[in-house]
Design a protein around this ligand. Structure first.
Ligand code: DC
Length: 237
């Protein structure tokens, strides 16, 4: 095994980034960081503080003030629940993993993530975590803005209907009652906002490897990844 590296995985929502990232982190013994969860936790903080109005306009100044004041209110962390358990998101000492996955948060999160001060706050936290190396991070701008020097970058994509179907099944398995149509429309809207925002818009880094997993199982993707590592002479399984 060569020395630990940073693996940056970017792509649109519901392309299976977290499933893939978790699987490769497990195989390599790396830490997995779901960077979207940080934006979701900041969104929850904004909603709870009344910084979001009906038309999804955010009081970015007030939100950034709370974030930069630091302290417990803005303390976002990841904790692993028991041995082999999955990472859960905590906000100010409260486990918010379930709450941040609701469609209510999904409707607002892209607007919150477009605020430059919010991105600065999240980027700083992610760089602190990544400094230790041996991490797999998934998001929208990890290979382009947060870690432009990451040793390995992967850009994931899949057809929108495939993505909406996957998210629908995932949400229903977790007990959320949201329609397929609502999910598909939310995915399209978020794609648009994420790729058109002024700060760090979603795009494929020139040195990122493209993975279209529309017709691939998780096993296929792992096999693809192993071959990629071999070709690049990077850390092996
Ligand atoms: O991956 P996700 O759907 O949980 O991400 C939620 C939102 O956060 C998504 O609409 C865009 C934003 N995001 C971002 O702007 N940059 C990242 N690195 C990760 C997520």
């Amino acid at each position: 095994m060569t020395s630990p590296i940073i693996i940056a995985i970017d792509g649109c929502s519901s392309t299976g980034k977290s499933t893939f990232a978790k699987a490769i982190a497990k195989e390599l013994g790396y830490i997995y960081i779901d960077t979207g969860a940080m934006y979701r936790a900041v969104t929850l903080l904004a909603l709870r503080n009344g910084f979001v109005s009906g038309d999804n306009t955010i009081d970015g100044e007030a939100l950034c003030r709370v974030l930069s004041a630091g302290g417990r209110a803005a303390d976002i962390s990841f904790r692993v629940s028991g041995p082999g358990g999955s990472s859960e998101t905590w906000l100010g000492g409260e486990n918010v993993e379930r709450e941040i996955r609701t469609i209510g948060i999904s409707r607002v999160v892209s607007h919150v993530a477009a605020i430059p001060g919010v991105r600065k706050f999240v980027d700083r936290t992610l760089r602190e975590i990544g400094a230790r190396k041996g991490v797999v991070m998934d998001g929208r701008d990890i290979g382009t803005a947060v870690f432009p020097d990451a040793e390995l970058k992967i850009f994931m994509t899949a057809r929108p209907e495939v993505r909406a179907r996957r998210r629908y099944e995932e949400m229903h398995a977790r007990g959320y009652d949201t329609s397929y149509e609502e999910i598909l429309s939310n995915i399209s809207e978020r794609d648009y906002i994420d790729t058109h925002r002024g700060t760090a818009p979603l795009s494929q880094a020139p040195d990122a490897v493209l993975l279209d997993n529309s017709d691939m199982t998780v096993k296929d993707q792992l096999q693809w990844f192993r071959e990629l590592l071999k070709r690049r002479h990077l850390c092996g399984f």
